[in-house]
Design a protein around this ligand. Structure first.
Ligand SMILES: Cc1cc2nc3c(=O)[nH]c(=O)nc-3n(C[C@H](O)[C@H](O)[C@H](O)COP(=O)(O)OP(=O)(O)OC[C@H]3O[C@@H](n4cnc5c(N)ncnc54)[C@H](O)[C@@H]3O)c2cc1C
Length: 382
C-alpha cells in the first residue's frame, strides 16, 4: 500500500477494530473493577468473546473461524487492552500462541479435532515455563516417555495464562534429555486427562483477572496423535510461536498506554486547579504530547512487525523491538496518567492505578526485556 501511513487501516480492519472496542466499552468496562478485585473472568463474558469472533481470528472459515489475519489479532488485543488488559491476554494467548501454533504445526487430523472447538467454546493455554526454567525455557524438567504406543507426561508447569479457563493445553516436555533441546516435544493435553491437574492460581500485581496457574502432570497419558509437529522439534514450535506472540504483547502494551492517555486527557480537561482546567497548563500539555508521541512510535513498531509477519517477511528483530519499546512506553504513560490524576490516581475509584499495575507484565512475559535486547544485539553484532 505505497503512499499510505503504516498505521492506515483497510475498511475491513477499521470496522473490525471499532467493533471490538465498542464491545469492550459496552460489555467489559462495567465489569473491570470487579474482575480485578475478585481475580476472575466470568464465563458468560468468555462466551460473548466467542460470539464476537475474537477467539478464532485466524482460524479458517472451514473450521468455524473468522479466516482473518494475524494483524487482526493485533488490532483486537490492542482494542481490548484499552479497556481491560486481562481480557486482552486471554484473547492474545488463544490467537497468537495456541491457534497460531496449531495452524502452523498441526497435522490435518489434529486441526480437524481442535480448531472447531477453539472456534466455538474451548479456551487454549500455552505451557512452556517452569519454576526453574523461565528465560532458559529449554532447560525444562518436564519429561515424556513412551508407554504402549502413547506418551506419558511427568512434571510441572508454572505461570500458565488461562490455566483456570482452558480446555486445551499446549504442553512442552523433553522426551530425551541427553539430546538437550532436541528432545523437546509439544503435546496437546485436554482438561480432565488422567494424571493432569490445574494447581495453584497466582495472586498478582496486575492483569489480576487473567488466571496464571501451575499445571501438574503425574503420569499423564497422552495419545500419540496428540504430538504437535514432530517429536523432538518442540523447541522450534516454542521459539517460533513466541517470536510471533510477542507482537501481540506489544499490541497489549500500546492498548494499555492509549487507554491511560485517554483517561488522562479527559480528566485534565475537567479537573480545575488555580481557577482553570489543569490541561491548560503548558507543562501538562507537554506531558500529554510526549505520551501521544511515544504511543504513536510504539504503534508503528507493533504494526510494522505484524504486517511483516503476515507478509512472510523476516520480523524477529522488529518483534523484539516492538515488545521492549511498547512495554516501556506503557509503563511511562500509565505512570504519567497516575501523576496527572493526583491523589485520585492512587485510588481504585479511578481506572488509571489498575492500568499502571497491568503495564508491568509487558516487561516480563513472552521473553523479558533483557532477552529482547539480547535478540536485538545478536542481530546488530552478527
Ligand atoms: C502473569 C504471567 C503470565 C505468564 N504466562 C505464561 C504462559 O501462559 N505460558 C508460559 O509458558 N509462561 C508464562 N509466564 C512465564 C513468563 O514467560 C516467565 O516468567 C518469563 O519468561 C521470565 O522467566 P522467569 O520468571 O523464570 O525469570 P528468569 O528467567 O529467572 O529471569 C529473572 C531476571 O533475570 C534476567 N535474565 C535471565 N536470563 C538472562 C540473560 N541470559 N541475560 C540477561 N538477563 C537475564 C531476566 O531478564 C529477569 O530480569 C507468565 C508469567 C507471568 C508473570
Amino acid at each position: 500500500m505505497a503512499g499510505r501511513a503504516l498505521t492506515a487501516l483497510s475498511e475491513d480492519e477499521a470496522l473490525f477494530r471499532d467493533s471490538v472496542y465498542e464491545f469492550a466499552d459496552r460489555e467489559i468496562r462495567p465489569l473491570v473493577r470487579e474482575m480485578d478485585e475478585h481475580a476472575k473472568i466470568p464465563r458468560a463474558l468468555i462466551d460473548k468473546l466467542f460470539d464476537l469472533g475474537v477467539m478464532a481470528i485466524e482460524i479458517p472459515e472451514t473450521y468455524g473461524g473468522a479466516g482473518a489475519t494475524f494483524f487482526h489479532s493485533v488490532l483486537a488485543v490492542e482494542a481490548l487492552s484499552r479497556v481491560d488488559p486481562s481480557i486482552a491476554v486471554l484473547v492474545d494467548v488463544q490467537n497468537t500462541l495456541v491457534i497460531n501454533a496449531l495452524l502452523r504445526w498441526g497435522q490435518e487430523e489434529m486441526k480437524r479435532r481442535y480448531l472447531p472447538r477453539l472456534a466455538s467454546n474451548a479456551v487454549g493455554a500455552y505451557a512452556l515455563s517452569e519454576a526453574g526454567s523461565g528465560s532458559d525455557a529449554f532447560a525444562m524438567a518436564a519429561r515424556a516417555a513412551e508407554r504402549d504406543g502413547d506418551w506419558v507426561l511427568r512434571g510441572r508447569k508454572l505461570w500458565i495464562t488461562n490455566g483456570n479457563e482452558a480446555d486445551i493445553f499446549m504442553v512442552f516436555a523433553n522426551i530425551n534429555p541427553e539430546a538437550g533441546y532436541r528432545g523437546i516435544t509439544a503435546f496437546i493435553v485436554e482438561r480432565g486427562a488422567d494424571g493432569f491437574t490445574v494447581g495453584k492460581k497466582e495472586d498478582k500485581l496486575g492483569i489480576r483477572a487473567s488466571s496464571t496457574c501451575e499445571l501438574i502432570f503425574e503420569d499423564c497419558r497422552v495419545p500419540r496423535a496428540n504430538v504437535l509437529g514432530e517429536v523432538g522439534k518442540g523447541y522450534k514450535v516454542a521459539i517460533e510461536t513466541l517470536n510471533e506472540g510477542r507482537i501481540g504483547i506489544g499490541a497489549q502494551m500500546i492498548g494499555i498506554a492509549d487507554g491511560a492517555l485517554g483517561h488522562a486527557i479527559k480528566y485534565t480537561k475537567e479537573r480545575q486547579q488555580f481557577g482553570k482546567p489543569i490541561a491548560e497548563f503548558q507543562a501538562v500539555q507537554h506531558q500529554l504530547a510526549r505520551a501521544a508521541t511515544e504511543i504513536a512510535a510504539a504503534r508503528l513498531l507493533v504494526y510494522n512487525a505484524a504486517r511483516l509477519r503476515d507478509n512472510r517477511r523476516p520480523f524477529l528483530t522488529e518483534a523484539a523491538m516492538c515488545k521492549i519499546f511498547s512495554s516501556e512506553v506503557a509503563e511511562r504513560v500509565t505512570s504519567l496518567a497516575v501523576n496527572l490524576f493526583g491523589g485520585y490516581g492512587f485510588v481504585k475509584d479511578y481506572p488509571v492505578e489498575k492500568l499502571y499495575r497491568d503495564a508491568k507484565i509487558g516487561q516480563i512475559y513472552e521473553g523479558t526485556s533483557n532477552l529482547q535486547l539480547q535478540t536485538i544485539a545478536k542481530q546488530l553484532l552478527g
